[in-house]
Write a protein that binds this ligand. Structure first.
Ligand SMILES: CC(C)(COP(=O)(O)OP(=O)(O)OC[C@H]1O[C@@H](n2cnc3c(N)ncnc32)[C@H](O)[C@@H]1OP(=O)(O)O)[C@@H](O)C(=O)NCCC(=O)NCCS
Length: 218
């Protein structure tokens, strides 16, 4: 049986490895096959998924991390939340944001993503009662959007996401407001998402990065 639990300091090494694998599964050849320039990709991965970075994230009191641990002790999914940093006029750092939600491809469909998201939402409802919850998701990521919609998120805006020096220009999309799950608790949630599909990539986008976030990729 898979256990969903808060991340512990000793999870840092396996969690860093899981983060790297799931990012690559999602966005590189096996997944959306986004053609990141190698140097940008290397810089992004080093800034996001190395052991010191992940250990610091687990220790950071402003962030909260959960993992899905398989019976054999392997980590196969994770979620992370923290203060909202999304560039939307209605968002503030008092609001919560789902920074990351990833499950190993081999474990998709086992309700781990939904379970981790539920833990994150319950935590934010308890620690930031009555405030919106935000997240960003790539515009081409239909599966994740379906999962978020199922939890009541809806699109409310758009932004650009940066990997290395390259900005993936976000198509107008998915900022959303969660209604269903939160209706009884009074918590309004919003989701910010989308970028345009990879085939529309252009070097023109390189210069449009100043206001974008660089620290994560949901
Ligand atoms: C998105 C992701 C986390 C979902 O995790 P998962 O464990 O496969 O999802 P679950 O099995 O918990 O499914 C959650 C719910 O969404 C539903 N769902 C899943 N895919 C769906 C789809 N394509 N269309 C409609 N509903 C879907 C499931 O049926 C389930 O509903 P249920 O609980 O009522 O059965 C996982 O696919 C993943 O890691 N993807 C790659 C990384 C990623 O895209 N992360 C999000 C970045 S913002």
């Amino acid at each position: 049986m898979v256990q969903l639990r808060p991340a512990r300091p000793e999870d840092a090494a396996p969690l860093a490895a899981l983060k790297l694998v799931t990012f690559r599964e999602t966005f590189l050849e096996e997944g959306f096959a986004i053609p990141y320039p190698p140097a940008d990709l290397a810089r992004f991965e080093a800034a996001s998924y190395t052991l010191p970075v992940v250990a610091a994230e687990i220790a950071d009191p402003a962030k909260r991390n959960w993992v899905a641990e398989a019976e054999d002790g392997r980590l196969i999914g994770y979620a992370q939340v923290g203060p909202c940093k999304l560039p939307h006029p209605d968002a503030t750092e008092r609001h919560g944001e789902l920074y990351q939600l990833y499950v190993l491809r081999a474990a998709w469909g086992m309700r781990l993503g939904g379970g981790l998201l539920g833990l994150a939402m319950r935590h934010l409802a308890a620690t930031r009662p009555g405030l919106p919850l935000w997240l960003g998701v790539w515009s081409g990521n239909a599966r994740a959007q379906a999962v978020y919609r199922q939890k009541g998120f809806e699109k409310v805006g758009e932004y650009r996401f940066k990997v290395g020096d390259i900005t993936r220009a976000l198509r107008a999309d998915y900022l959303a407001e969660v209604r269903n799950w939160m209706a009884h608790s009074g918590l309004r949630q919003q989701v910010c998402l989308y970028e345009r599909p990879a085939h529309r990539w252009s070097p023109i986008m390189r210069s449009a990065a100043s206001s974008t976030r660089t620290s994560r990729c949901c």
